[in-house]
Design a protein. Structure first.
Length: 141
């Protein structure tokens, strides 16, 4: 048990944490329990972002977020992209009226493998978009 925790910590040794958020954050957002459930394709999905922050870039107000996703043995990049898509939808549902959603800083992090994926990676097809097809498969069950 302890060795696994040490291995996880060692995997983050090479992880570049400075690229996870912009350097000029203006405000951190408190997420109320009441907004942590969002509806996607008629499914209530619970999401608990670990960090939501505001920043300004080129005179525009942006919002970004980090989501730490723990699982024994970790996730594949494809499966991690589902969490990233849900996080983006969460930000879009609750903050898009006041801020632009940062695709670059909408990030899901696999805490076991010390890997990350941003919504920008999903848009640029560096990782597949699986949320819709996964929910469609669940509906068929």
């Amino acid at each position: 048990m302890y060795q696994r925790n040490l291995d996880i910590l060692k995997s983050f040794k090479e992880f570049d944490i400075l690229n996870l958020r912009p350097s000029d954050i203006t405000k951190f957002e408190t997420i109320h329990k009441s907004i942590k459930i969002i509806n996607i394709q008629d499914f209530p999905i619970y999401i608990n972002p670990d960090l939501v922050f505001h920043f300004e870039q080129n005179g525009k107000e942006f919002i970004g977020s980090l989501l730490l996703v723990p699982q024994l043995n970790g996730f594949t990049k494809a499966n991690l992209s589902i969490f990233c898509e849900v996080l983006y939808k969460f930000l879009n549902n609750h903050y898009s009226n006041d801020y632009q959603i940062s695709e670059e800083y909408c990030i899901a992090i696999d805490t076991f493998n010390a890997s990350k994926i941003s919504y920008l990676d999903v848009i640029n097809k560096k990782s597949p978009s699986l949320l819709k097809s996964t929910l469609d498969q669940i509906k068929k069950l």
